[in-house]
Design a binder for this molecule. Sequence first.
Ligand code: HEM
Length: 152
Amino acid sequence: MSANTIASPRSGGIKYNRNKGSGSNFEMAAWLFMRLSGVVLVVLIFGHLFVNLMVGEGIHAIDFGFVAGKWASPFWQVWDLAMLWLAMLHGTNGVRTIINDYAERDGTRMTLKTVLYIASAVIIVLGTLVIFTFDPCPAGAVIDLPSFCPAP
Ligand code: HEM
């Protein structure tokens, strides 16, 4: 095999004993989740791109006020929340699979997955907080607020 080729997973004659006899259906559920979340993500992501980039003035309309307007609606809050959670869980589970396939040492695998889960949890929590605590007209702001905010 040339130096530029990544070996196929589990092609090195290594004996894998991971999750032996755990009797859990977790991997089956994870496999199914990737397919189902993938289908839902197609709708969420292309709907998001269409509304943000093509409807009306399209990309030229995107600014602070545009985001504020969208998040004033519970519909777009729930849409963006679903997109955030599904993309993060789907992406995290995909990278978990890649780590399991390619990181051969137990310690390396555990370390990489720990970093992955912490990064993922931070992004999910922060993103969720931003969607639900976003205030378009914060009191005492030092920037020019959008025209729809009450005069200070
Ligand atoms: C547009 C909608 C999407 C669809 C239809 C989709 C579909 C899929 C499917 C079916 C798999 C499983 C592949 C396999 O097991 O061999 C997969 C894997 C994966 N997806 Fe997605 N996905 C989408 C969006 C995303 C997004 C937004 C991310 C990143 C946040 C992402 C990251 C990944 C990763 C990292 C894997 C693992 C790749 C691998 O196992 O080699 N996907 N995707």
